[in-house]
Design a protein around this ligand. Structure first.
Ligand SMILES: [Zn+2]
Ligand SMILES: [Zn+2]
Length: 227
């Protein structure tokens, strides 16, 4: 199969590699869609720890083509999306429920082969079945959306809240929508990119600010309270 490999920092290539063999607890998944994350760029530039050579891609969706011998509850033909972060369950962070901060974290597409390939191996416990009627691109969006949802949950946004979001990339634009769904009535997004400011307003931002043109706080004086 073809795979996009981070060979070493600064060096990505498309190569033919073997289709992986599922272990007893694994699913072999034919990838339908895989998002390109800002983290992938950081990995390329060595700005985020990884263990190359590795196939990148941690925001993916696909169809199970083979289930390991110990997997009972997902069968070939199911569509899944993956939680790429494989936590150890034993370290102090895991035991405190903060599995995203696991000290022994191994992530699909960062430390082990990911979704920029025709097939990816996903441990059963990292897989979530999603409807076959869902657009696979939306399936691949589950991972970044989950990150934003976690942030919104932690933020304590409630009905009538005012929210400022810094950055208009995918994460910022998803957070605009989640903040509105959580009840925020004023959602201000700050980004230098005019196209992203327009898009933010289309998806629910009540105001947008160009931080290179002025101060975000000053532009919203009287609107923003800090917590
Ligand atoms: Zn990501
Ligand atoms: Zn851990």
């Amino acid at each position: 199969m073809k795979a996009v490999r981070l060979e070493s920092v600064g060096n990505i290539s498309v190569r033919n590699v073997g289709i992986p063999e599922p272990g007893p607890d694994d699913l072999l998944v034919k990838v339908e869609a895989c998002g390109i994350c800002g983290t992938d760029r950081h990995l390329l530039h060595g700005e985020f720890p990884s263990t190359p050579p590795v196939t990148l891609g941690h925001e993916f969706c696909g169809i199970v083509v083979e289930a390991g011998s110990a997997v009972r509850d997902i069968a070939p033909g199911a569509r899944i999306t993956g939680d790429p972060n494989i936590s150890c369950g034993r370290c102090p962070q895991c035991q405190a429920g903060r599995v995203n901060l696991c000290r022994n974290l191994r992530a699909i597409g960062i430390h082990r082969d990911g979704g920029f390939a025709e097939y990816v191996l996903v441990p059963r416990k990292q897989a979530f079945e999603i409807p076959l009627t869902l657009d696979p691109v939306h399936g691949a969006f589950c991972e970044p959306l989950a990150c934003c949802l976690h942030g919104v949950d932690l933020s304590g946004i409630k009905a009538g809240s005012t929210v400022a979001i810094l950055g208009g990339g995918v994460i910022g634009l998803l957070t605009v929508q989640l903040a509105r769904l959580a009840g925020a009535t004023t959602v201000i997004l700050s980004t230098r990119q005019a196209t992203k400011r327009r898009l933010a307003e289309e998806v629910g931002a009540t105001a947008t600010v160009d931080p290179s043109a002025g101060d975000v706080v000053e532009a919203n004086a009287g609107t923003v309270g800090f917590v």
